[in-house]
Design a protein around this ligand. Structure first.
Ligand code: PMP
Ligand code: GLU
Length: 397
């Protein structure tokens, strides 16, 4: 252990994955755990996508691909950006990676120097902060609240920027709050960003297709800020393809080139068969994702409704993704047997051990007042999970 590098010693384990692992272990011991910890659609990958993968194997698309991705896929992603997001990225501005997670790591490791600051609005997705730390950057967080629907204002952004600021990283729709920035809000943030010539933004749009309100809006659509934005997307969430591990960026070419170089040393590129499957996904009419989106919306409404019966939980109404991020401070200071609830971690452990429901504590996302509940599972399971939560929380006083 002591022989390990400081780098790995200082790296926190991904808490979403840690909670998923813990639930699997408890399940394998025969415990009836409902796991709402990991953010992963419960749907199967659509058949036409699976067929493309089978064909790729039969056609021997089984060798190393170009590091940046199969040309046909990069061209299809370029078309997708035009079709869905009004973004002009030529194929050589696109890098295909082993999941959006690697896309983000490529960009952060390619851009951030030791000591540079990276602004991350709270609540944030777990891996942003740790990846910034790996790059020896300093994460600088901006707090938000349910009242602001967990979104930052241009004024807050401006105040967080210092001469050391290199980047901003955020997601819309947001994991874990489900908040979606509309066009005006993005434009207002872009107008701040453009005042600082050395400032870049990672706009993580992996939940693009899981959006219950207006059309998805991309930050890079504003020409005046296009050169400063790295747009991250992928097939994991919208197409129920988490295990295929395909994500991608559209970025200024010099940034894309740097990511290609990084990935050439780390992975040699994403799996050939997964790339051929992703090609079918991005080429298809996005309407293939609508059925899943509609199911997620129904589940969101169901869970929000059921949660109204649990005293003390306060929530925003998530506009996208598949998470609810309730404020649970009502339960702080309460106890049951040996459980004394002081923070979100205590509460998630209590709900897991006493109620057999696995959630992720808000501190993993930078907000210790909340807890994350993923509703990417069936309505029956969700109904049972909320019932268990209600009964378990009722034991605290
Ligand atoms: N960004 C966000 C906000 C996410 O929730 C996830 C979930 N895994 C990712 C990126 C990474 O996705 P992928 O499975 O494509 O690596
Ligand atoms: N993004 C998902 C989540 O937040 C998957 C787990 C992960 O990649 O960390 O649960």
């Amino acid at each position: 252990m002591t022989k390990l590098s400081d780098r790995i010693k200082n790296l926190a384990e991904s808490q979403t994955l840690a909670m998923a692992k813990k639930s699997r272990e408890l399940q394998s011991q025969g415990k009836d755990i409902i796991s709402l910890s990991i953010g992963e659609p419960d749907f199967n990958t659509p058949d036409f996508i699976k067929e493309a993968a089978k064909k790729a194997i039969d056609n021997n698309v089984t060798r190393y691909t170009p590091v940046a991705g199969i040309l046909e896929l990069r061209k299809a992603i370029s078309e997708k950006f035009k079709r869905d997001n009004n973004l002009n990225y030529s194929f050589d501005q696109i890098i295909v990676s082993t999941g959006a997670k690697q896309s983000i790591a490529n960009v952060i490791l390619s851009m951030v120097n030791p000591g540079e600051e990276v602004i991350v609005p709270i609540p944030y997705w777990v891996s942003y902060i740790e990846t910034i730390k790996l790059a020896e950057g300093n994460p600088v967080t901006i707090p938000t609240s349910i009242e602001s629907n967990f979104k930052i204002t241009p004024d807050q952004l401006k105040k967080a920027i210092t001469p050391k600021t290199k980047m901003i990283v955020f997601s819309t729709p947001c994991n874990p709050s489900g908040s979606v920035y509309n066009k005006e809000e993005l434009k207002a943030l872009a107008e701040v960003i453009i005042q600082y010539p050395d400032l870049y933004v990672i706009s993580d749009e992996i939940y693009e297709y899981i959006n219950f309100g207006e059309k998805h809006e991309s930050l890079a659509q504003f020409d005046f800020v296009y050169e400063r934005v790295i747009t991250v997307n992928g097939v994991s969430k919208g197409y129920a393809m988490t295990g295929w591990r395909i994500g991608y960026i559209g970025a200024p070419k010099w940034i894309a080139d740097a990511c290609e170089k990084m990935q050439g040393q780390f992975t040699s590129g994403a799996a050939s068969i997964s790339q051929m499957a992703a090609l079918e996904a991005v080429k298809a009419n996005p309407s293939v994702t609508f059925e899943m989106r509609d199911a997620f919306k129904k589940r969101r409404d169901l869970v929000l409704n059921l949660m109204k019966d649990i005293p003390g939980l306060k929530t925003n109404i998530p506009g996208g993704a598949f998470y609810i991020f309730p404020d649970i401070t009502y339960y702080f200071g309460k106890s049951f047997n040996n459980y004394h609830i002081k923070n979100s971690n205590d509460l998630s452990m209590f709900i897991l051990e006493e109620g057999n429901v696995a959630l992720v504590s808000g501190d993993a996302f930078g907000d210790d007042n909340c807890i994350r509940f993923s509703y990417a599972t069936s309505e029956n399971i969700l109904t049972e999970a909320v019932k268990r939560m209600k009964e378990t929380l009722a034991k605290l006083n």
